[in-house]
Design a protein around this ligand. Structure first.
Ligand SMILES: C[S@@+](CC[C@H](N)C(=O)[O-])C[C@H]1O[C@@H](n2cnc3c(N)ncnc32)[C@H](O)[C@@H]1O
Length: 192
């Protein structure tokens, strides 16, 4: 796995498995090459779940950082970094023989919540690296989250990408009905 450690992947899959009976679909905001996406799709198939997997990415790499992302440790994360084509992810899924996900190309900020997201979300993996990307992801997902759904945000307390923690902490200050658990650099958000 290129972007997510083995331990984090195991935790993501364990959490996703926990919400297989919650209402709604699985979403991944920031799918990059689709490595975690494939594992989520495999999990759904293994459980014969009728949930769909929805994937989102600019397929143009990272957007510009904002002041909240400033970090000398994370200077490699420049605009346009982590570019991957949508075709690469499409081909990967075709080869896998797994059920094909919904794949939406574009910046999160341009998504239409009604048209571009499922009506209910059971599990969300938010992995957009930057403050504005995580902030927008939470804004899109939270109104759709099942009561017993789970949101996992990557790069929490990762000094290279401080914007992720800033967006999560800011979200928690404004949403007293959510609680945080942390495992590795995963912020796990659930309703109280
Ligand atoms: C770290 S990678 C995701 C890794 C992937 N989740 C995995 O497990 O392999 C971050 C991705 O988020 C995308 N991204 C970041 N901010 C975005 C935004 N505001 N809109 C759309 N895509 C964004 C980037 O293009 C990049 O592909």
């Amino acid at each position: 796995m290129e972007q997510v450690t083995k331990q984090e992947t195991e935790e993501i899959l364990r959490l996703a498995e926990k919400v297989l009976s919650a209402a709604g679909d699985f979403v991944e905001l920031g799918c990059y090459k689709g490595e975690t996406s494939l594992l989520l799709a495999r999990l759904l198939k293994a459980h014969s779940s009728d949930k769909r997997l929805w994937l989102y990415d600019s397929f143009a790499g990272l957007p510009e950082k904002t002041v909240e992302d400033a970090s000398t440790a994370g200077e490699q994360f420049k605009a346009g970094e982590l570019f991957v084509s949508k075709r690469e992810v499409v081909e990967k899924f075709k080869r896998s023989g797994l059920p094909f996900p919904v794949i939406k190309k574009g910046f999160f900020e341009d998504l239409d919540p009604a048209a571009d997201l499922p009506s209910n979300v059971a599990f969300a993996f938010c992995d957009g690296d930057l403050y504005s990307s995580i902030k927008t992801s939470l804004k899109l997902v939270v109104p759709k989250l099942a009561d017993d759904g789970i949101i996992v945000v990557h790069d929490y307390n990762n000094p290279e990408l401080p914007g992720s923690s800033r967006a999560v902490d800011e979200f928690l200050r404004a949403h007293a009905d959510f609680r945080l658990a942390q495992k590795h650099t995963l912020a796990i958000l659930t309703r109280r």
